[in-house]
Design a protein around this ligand. Sequence first.
Ligand code: NDP
Length: 492
Amino acid sequence: MSHVAKRSSPPAPVPADWTYASAPESREIVSLRERYGLFVGGEWVAARSGESFTTISPRDEEPLAEVAQAGAEDVVAATAAAREAFEPWAALPGSERAKYMFRIARILQERSREFAVLESLNGGKPIKESRDVDLPLAAAHFFYYAGWADKLEYAFPNRTARPLGVAGQIIPWNFPLLMLAWKIAPALAGGNTVVLKPAETTPLTALLFCDVLRQAELPPGVVNIVTGDGATGAALVDADVDKIAFTGSTEVGKAIQRRLAGTGKKLTLELGGKAANIVFDDAALDQAVEGIVNGIYFNQGHVCCAGSRLFVQESIAEPLVDKLKRRMATLRVGDPLDKNTDVGAINSKLQLEKIEELVAAGRDEGAEIYQPPCRLPERGYWFAPTVFTNVAQSYRIAQEEIFGPVLSVLTFRTPDEAVEKANNTPYGLSAGVWTEKGSRILWMAERLRAGVVWANTYNRFDPASPFGGYKESGFGREGGRHGLEPYLSFEE
Ligand code: NDP
């Protein structure tokens, strides 16, 4: 009887509202210093000029610490330390280099909560992303490349791999620790030493990482961290390095390429994107909506491979956009340190202004805007998740990288048209295809000019998988065996 009574009881009511109680992650685990120097030759040193800048939290503009502004002389000292450390490091057996890298990976795992809180505090991304994506992937990159360090002899048949020397690495603010891991791990595995410049707005996890290097007892000078602005990056490009690895804007990437032309220094560039996320009429729509949301609202859209152009087959455009808008209304925008937050703070005032400018251009050009009702915090930098419909391919919001939580929806009728429109961009970093047909996935993947094509998923990363662009999205690959090659020279 009780069994029957249970089965006939009414289903649980569907929640009418998605308000969550706040669930703040404590920031006690992070202890910040008042000021940070440069990490050169395994020591903290002051910038020669004595200059510094304040790094803040974009969630409320709270000053967090004073950070040294490295000048050209400081950069020269850092590259000299890396040069001195190079020969003994390169001479170590690969298995010995791997031990240090495994140690770094394990320490990152052990201290992952501390790093995740600091990443969210300094950069504005939701804690659930820094905790579940940035930190596990950063550790995974060190584990993965540690595994290659003693296999270089076999990895490239009929070629003898040698380290390049000193690598200068310049990284952006959207995945501060993860980009550091993408750059440093393959360089060390290949026997190179490193000078890395983090982005001006997000230096703190790179500085905490210096603590990890000491804990792992990495020989002094193998990794050096110099903080500063674009001028520090430019000084690194001109310094005594054998290679520059850069991730950031296409504009700065091009300037670096011009600067390096004829110098013999090697270069890899990972630049912007304007990815097409393409949904066919046979796709599982609810699943596609999750992929669209993840594609553009993950990390506030501060993602070079963000699915910022949504191409929907015309026959399903209306129901899909309806579903998307309903889903957007459930996104929780707010404090990055709240464990329920889906969309955090915009990284900087400058980036917020850029997003606002492009969104205003979208309205002016005639696109229709939708933003779900949400209350944005009063202090700090915020932008509501946004979708534009009625977008023409010529609009700036369909052409330019916005690097914010802003999606432009366009339509297509045939697969050929989808390919043509998707490829109609100067960029070529990534793309997404949503369809039930396996043959169509392969057909599309062959034709899309993008370094990565995801099928029925989006924003999936794995250290074993190469990542990089075509056209103005740059050249060279990071991740996988391909990601080792730019840090090696070969004797045939
Ligand atoms: P930048 O390209 O300016 O910054 C990337 C890195 O390069 C930072 O460390 C920066 O330092 C440094 N840098 C700046 N100028 C120079 C230079 N002349 N020589 C060497 N290094 C330099 O990107 P922004 O931060 O200004 O962002 C602007 C736009 O770029 C974004 O709106 C977005 O569209 C795109 N972008 C793309 C990224 C990607 O992953 N593909 C990542 C970040 C941005 P500093 O931080 O001090 O300026």
